[in-house]
Ligand binder design. Structure first.
Ligand SMILES: [Fe+2]
Length: 289
């Protein structure tokens, strides 16, 4: 196979890679092409793939250490680093009941704009999502580039928000939607964390750090805090800063969690199966100490 090629999207960010088969061993040269595309474009799409979960993990590890997902029912192929993103129950292979609290909270959390793992002390660097079963219609994933959005904010707004600290809490989605909270032991293992509202990237660029796990802006009146986050989210998700991915079977999409956020779009989840497997590349250190 000839060398992989990068084809930037017309949307302002994101790119497709062609001429690459990840069921075959990756060369250092192909990895470099991918890594450069990832750093430059924020979202990278490779279509027409057919690889195993173990190969998914192997490829992901080129980018760094992977995050673990400790609950076995979330894991694919018994691999703690492969998260099932699905409306299908792993053991029974049946579609989950629509009113199941865990699934409901998962869907409400992921169908809202979010940044993967923003509720963890160390934010993740990247996510790699592979489609194994997709619905006939819907279930797209939308991405918003929060770096481009930050750059486009008026200078006064940038100055106003630059040093704000935001508390992210995994329980927030449940609270907001009146769902029961998770067992105390799990809650204690994932306490709320503080994150900057504006993060500085390694190359000096800045990006908004937003998403559904946000509980409040520290030191700000709750209603004011809610309004500010809503305002920034509305701005960052305007068409100029978004890309909508329509899944085909065998798509691998990798995105940069440092400068994008994303959401899943609706589909008929009572009747249609949607099974995607995700690995997540861990970040290096907490952003705030
Ligand atoms: Fe996500």
């Amino acid at each position: 196979m000839s060398k992989p090629e990068v084809c930037p999207f017309q949307t302002g960010f994101g790119a497709a890679i062609i001429n690459l088969d990840l069921s075959q061993p990756l060369t250092a040269e192909s990895f470099k092409i991918w890594e450069d595309a990832f750093e430059k474009h924020g979202v990278v799409v490779l279509r027409g793939q057919n690889f195993t979960d173990a190969q998914h993990v192997e490829f992901s590890k080129w980018f760094g250490k992977l995050e673990d997902f400790p609950d076995p029912k979330d894991q694919a192929s018994g691999l703690p680093t492969v998260l099932r993103v699905s409306n299908v129950e792993r053991d029974s292979n049946r579609i989950k009941p629509i009113d199941d609290a865990g699934h409901k909270s998962f869907w409400l959390g992921t169908s809202d704009w979010h940044t993967d793992s923003s509720y963890r002390p160390i934010l993740s660097k990247a996510s790699l999502l592979f489609s194994r079963e997709i619905p006939k219609a819907g279930g797209d994933t939308m991405f918003a580039h929060t770096g481009l959005a930050f750059d486009a904010l008026p200078a006064a707004k940038k100055a106003e928000i630059e040093h704000l600290v935001v508390v992210h809490d995994f329980e927030e989605t449940r609270r907001r939607n009146n769902l029961p909270s998770r067992p105390e032991a799990i809650r204690k293992a994932n306490p709320p964390v503080r994150q900057p509202l504006v993060r500085r990237l390694a190359d000096g660029r800045r990006a908004l750090l937003l998403g559904s796990h946000i509980a409040y802006v520290e030191g700000m009146d709750y209603e004011k805090s809610k309004a500010l986050i809503a305002e920034l989210t509305e701005f960052a998700t305007r068409p100029a800063f978004t890309y909508r991915h329509k899944w085909r079977l065998g798509d691998l999409v990798m995105w940069d969690n440092r400068c994008t956020m994303h959401r899943a779009m609706e589909y008929d989840m009572q009747n249609e199966r949607r099974v995607l497997h995700r690995t997540t590349v861990a970040g290096d250190a907490p952003l705030l100490v």
